[in-house]
Design a protein. Structure first.
Length: 273
């Protein structure tokens, strides 16, 4: 994997003048040349231009991806100024039309995402991130403000994808601070997501919500530590009157999947210990 973007910029600047077009072409071409399927490890294939929603796919496993470039703050500032704390990504990214996004989630058609962060002055890819489609749930998206009636697409409503609404397990680094993450680690983490975040949208939503709570807790935590987040989960599921039962159910699933270890007296240890 080559992180140098110099040649890509030279070739693209000879064809395009618009900064957004340059950014899109550079990052798409680089991704086509360098990225691989995180499930099978073979190169991704790029869809033809103007293909809706999907940018890349792996024909071996019918694994589809949507590519979202995220330049540095001193580049195009296409995203919010608040950076995602792990890599240099914004806290939200824009998505497709809101009701179309809802339908794609409900029918299991939402694509996996690829995020890139690059430094324009050095023309170097600094961070890359896969977001597994199974980790994106209804709690991860919000409707944007509809376009005005005078707009060309009047009343069109887009989607915001909240990166802080996705559990850490679903965010799989492929490049971190200009260092390439070994492919075998990426593939192992990808398969872990598929092993844990199984089932329909509601089931995945619940286990993702509990895992996001666990992400905030220390390595050794208690059941009462999670119960302290009951108001947060009640906001996510206002019609559910058995929040604590659902919490215990998700903890049992995570124990069975090897993500947690029960150490007695209502205490749990995360799997990396």
């Amino acid at each position: 994997m080559n992180l140098d973007l110099s040649d890509y910029f030279s070739q693209t600047l000879a064809l395009y003048k618009s900064p957004s077009q340059v950014a899109r072409k550079v990052t798409e071409t680089w991704a086509s040349d360098n990225l691989y399927c995180p499930r099978c490890g073979l190169p991704l294939h790029q869809y033809k231009n103007n293909t809706e929603v999907f940018d890349f796919y792996c024909d071996h496993f019918d694994q589809k991806f949507m590519f979202i470039p995220s330049p540095a703050k001193d580049n195009f500032q296409l995203k919010g100024t608040k950076s995602f704390p792990h890599n240099h990504f914004p806290s939200t990214i824009t998505g497709a039309e809101y009701h179309t996004t809802l339908a794609s989630l409900e029918h299991g058609l939402f694509p996996s995402l690829i995020l890139l962060h690059y430094e324009l002055k050095r023309k170097e890819v600094q961070d890359g991130l896969f977001i597994h489609r199974l980790s994106v749930t209804l709690n991860s998206i919000r409707a944007r403000t509809p376009l005005t009636e005078n707009a060309r697409r009047s009343n069109w409503t887009g989607t915001k994808i909240l990166l802080n609404g996705i559990p850490e397990i679903g965010k799989i680094p492929i490049i971190s601070e200009s260092s390439i993450v070994p492919k075998e680690i990426v593939m192992e983490k990808w398969l872990s997501v598929e092993r844990i975040l199984q089932g329909n949208l509601d089931r995945r939503g619940w286990i993702s919500a509990v895992m996001m709570v666990i992400d905030k807790l220390p390595e050794l935590f208690s059941l009462n530590d999670i119960y302290a987040y009951q108001p947060y989960l009640e906001q996510q599921y206002p019609n559910n009157r058995h929040i604590r039962d659902k919490i215990r159910q998700q903890l049992q699933i995570l124990r069975e999947k090897g993500q947690l270890k029960f150490v007695g007296r209502g205490k749990y240890l995360k799997s990396n210990h």
